[in-house]
Design a protein around this ligand. Structure first.
Ligand code: PMP
Length: 365
């Protein structure tokens, strides 16, 4: 098996996104022959011994690395993070119930739209006035005691905002952590459910990681199709039907990679350094670059910024690509540029981008 490192580019994609190279190399071997079983990872029965061991290992590492309390169930579900937008209200809302939502942009907007199908979704804060560049201050939030749950997205991938501190709601708190899960420690005491589509910070597309407190899980509706019932997935160890074995295997290896890189504390410190280096390039550019997100709400995973004109942005993307830096185009709702630098994105790539930004601003400013 040869390493492909030299031909790999710096991939700033928002997701699917860069993954740890050591894990990709290990996966290449295990696809051929899993642990000397003579059968490849993708060819084993999901109920056999080898894959049961894969599940057990992923579970144990997920709990250890994330410091997940014992009263949380870990589930591996399908349908992407988007299915959680509807599975959550289907489980916990009905025509007589309400839930609180904080709208920090596209991903929460979609979740709100789904919730409205099943019950009353109270939008207790909405950031649309400044195109979701900022987040609410924690003490300004007017939660409803009558809500069945409260919902927010901890990092908005598109706008590049993240909650620095965890909100605390009087009712069970649910968070979409798709674009930052395991980029920093999670404040479990404040949460009752967190979930993440894997394809940004955790592994390949195809699995959604859910951690849900048993108390909340017990309140989920059972009057639903089996595939939409949290309790069934929990009772069956996420193997009610054929699960995405490869993605679950990969998660386990990524958790192990996090562990050997200092755990969530180590990863957080590294992410802080990486993001600071690029934000400094924005702030030190004498106004050439403008960041989209408010300074105090800046994401450590998705850095959104603009050049003085769209023409310059197009030139930036082209020239960055000539220097092996790919996927820097911003999402259409914000425009401009976006550098997604998830856990596995190398620090050297952040330094290279920052240097390039300085050079580009000097030649075009
Ligand atoms: N939530 C957030 C924060 C996201 O960034 C995304 C995808 N970019 C989603 C949800 C939707 O994820 P999926 O495509 O897995 O449904």
């Amino acid at each position: 098996m040869t390493s492909t490192t030299t031909s790999r580019k710096f991939n700033f994609s928002a997701g699917p996104a860069v993954l740890p190279e050591s894990v990709i190399e290990q996966a290449q071997q295990d696809i051929w022959d899993l642990d000397g079983t003579g059968i490849g990872l993708l060819e084993h029965s999901h109920r056999g011994k080898a894959i049961t061991e894969v599940f057990d290992e992923t579970d144990a590492l997920c709990r250890e690395v994330g410091n997940i309390p014992d009263d949380f169930e870990i589930l591996y579900l399908q349908g992407g993070a988007s299915l959680q937008f509807s599975m959550i209200p289907m489980a916990f809302l009905n025509a007589d119930r309400q839930a609180d939502y904080i709208n920090t942009g596209s991903w929460t907007k979609k979740a709100i739209q789904e919730a409205q199908r099943f019950g009353q979704a109270n939008v207790i804060w909405d950031g649309k006035e400044d195109n979701y560049a900022s987040l609410p201050s924690l003490d300004s939030l007017a939660w409803n005691d009558a809500a069945t749950y409260s919902y927010y997205c901890s990092n908005n991938t598109i706008y590049g905002t993240r909650w620095k501190r965890t909100p605390s709601s009087p009712t069970p708190l649910i968070s979409d952590m798709s674009s930052e899960m395991y980029s920093r420690p999670i404040h479990w005491e404040s949460h009752d459910m967190v979930y993440a589509g894997a394809q940004k910070n955790l592994g390949p597309a195809g699995v959604t990681l859910v951690a849900i407190r048993r108390n909340l899980l017990e309140q989920a509706s059972t009057d639903l199709p089996s595939m939409l019932r949290y309790d069934i997935h929990a009772d069956k160890g996420s193997r009610y039907n054929t699960p995405p074995v490869f993605a679950i295997y990969f998660l386990g290896k990524v958790f192990d990679w996090i562990r050997t890189n200092g755990g969530l504390q180590g990863i957080e410190a590294m992410n802080e350094r990486k993001a600071t280096c690029i934000y400094n390039a924005i702030d030190d550019s004498g106004g050439f670059y403008t960041g989209h997100a408010a300074v105090e709400d800046r994401s450590r995973m998705n850095i959104t910024f603009r050049c003085p004109s769209e023409e310059l942005e197009a030139a930036f993307i082209k020239q960055a690509s000539d220097h092996d830096m790919e996927n820097l185009k911003g999402h259409r709702s914000v425009g401009g540029l976006r550098a997604s630098i998830y856990n596995a994105f190398p620090e050297s790539g952040c330094r290279q981008l920052a240097e390039f930004m300085g050079e580009f601003a000097r030649t075009h400013g």
